[in-house]
Design a protein around this ligand. Structure first.
Ligand code: PLP
Length: 364
């Protein structure tokens, strides 16, 4: 789905994150090598910066973004807990499914796709849920929901309720402030705005949520008690749990180094500017944006396929003639919406111009 030059992480003039690529190919260190453990510690420190948190339990989980979702529900849902999920797209639906599998009594609050999660409706769904969950950046629709407002409202009403945010497509692309917003549990993925290969799920947990964790979750691999003992030695001394994906972590470490160097706020601004440029350009092409105004993601733009245009054919021309991959819509919008990702190293003016020019020609 990302806009690529068919070399997502490959070398070449269009890839400004060469360190992340180089790290994947570098000679491997053992996962208990002191130098690797230093890289791991620094990766966690850098993750705290991008999450906007002082949470001690901030780490990269081994697996794609979905592993973050699984770990969240597995470690913080006790059987029968009421979990309210704001659903406004495919990934909210996935949260409902995963929460249910871990024994939650799920209350889903459905919204029209293309609109954001509504705080009042979510609050009204249940007076005292154990957990309230929503997707910050819904990749299936290109919508940003106001997690700050939702989280502050949940905590204002009930000191015990926890807030879980899916930040797979928002982390290091738009503002995420875990501590400032009072988010208790959040996960992301590496392949979106962080611009690294898929394979890790940055994860963070507040001390409040940690105190209420499931002591023996129904998964061994994703038991945060056991993983923490390896990652930060919590519980006394670093002990082996599973073999850390050392190359992936080194690659994430390098990409986070890039973000630190550029400055997190500058990175957000680069995404904002690229998104605004793309949205303006699409409107100039006579296209209609799909996501509700005021809630459009800069890094993932959804646009309606014009009447009479063959969605699949345009995507095929973009791919084969221009080396640009854009996504089809999801679910009911599969053939009526396109999704254009400009994130990480692709959130740049020249990439926007390229996709606009190619789209104009492909539609013609
Ligand atoms: N949540 C959101 C918002 C996503 O966009 C995705 C993937 O695109 C996921 C969760 C699942 O992540 P993954 O596909 O890396 O497992």
């Amino acid at each position: 789905m990302a806009l690529v030059d068919r070399t997502l992480l490959g070398p070449g003039p269009s890839n400004p994150y060469p360190e992340a690529t180089a790290a994947l190919a570098a000679p491997l260190l053992g996962h208990l090598d002191p130098e690797f453990l230093r890289v791991l510690d620094e990766t966690c420190t850098r993750l705290r910066v991008v999450w906007g948190t002082a949470n001690a339990r901030t780490l990269p989980l081994s697996g794609t973004g979905s592993i973050g979702m699984e770990a969240a529900f597995a470690n913080f849902v006790h059987p029968g807990d009421v979990v309210v999920v704001g659903v406004n797209g495919m990934f909210g639906e996935r949260m409902v499914e995963v929460a249910g599998r871990y024994g939650a009594d799920v209350v889903r609050v459905d919204h029209d796709w293309g609109t954001p999660v509504d705080t009042e409706r979510v609050l009204a769904a249940h007076p005292e849920p154990s957990l309230v969950a929503a997707v910050h950046a819904e990749t299936s629709t290109g919508v940003r929901s106001d997690i700050r407002e939702l989280s502050l409202a949940v905590h204002k009403r009930d000191e015990r309720g926890l807030v879980l945010a899916d930040c797979v497509t928002s982390l290091a692309g738009i503002e995420v402030a875990v501590d400032g917003w009072g988010v208790d549990i959040a996960y992301s993925g590496t392949q979106k705005c962080l611009g690294v290969a898929p394979g890790l799920a940055p994860f963070t947990v507040s001390p409040r949520a940690w105190d209420r964790r499931v002591q023996r979750p129904p998964t061994w691999y994703l038991d945060l008690n056991l993983i923490g003992a390896y990652v930060d030695g919590s519980g006394g001394g670093r002990t082996y749990h599973h073999t850390a994906p050392v190359a992936m972590i080194a690659s994430l470490h390098a990409a986070l180094g890039r973000v630190m160097e550029e400055g997190l706020e500058q990175v957000w601004e680069r995404h904002r500017a690229a998104g605004a440029q793309l949205h303006d350009g699409l409107r100039e092409l006579g296209l209609e944006l799909f996501a509700a105004e005021g809630h459009r993601l800069p890094e993932l733009t959804t646009v309606r396929v014009p009447e009479g245009v063959d969605s699949a054919k345009v995507r095929q021309v973009l791919l084969t003639e221009y080396g640009i991959e854009i996504g089809a819509g999801v679910g009911a919008f599969a053939s009526s919406v396109w999704r254009i990702g400009l994130m990480g190293h692709n959130a740049r003016p020249d990439r926007v111009e390229l996709v606009l020019a190619a789209l104009r020609r492909a539609m013609a």
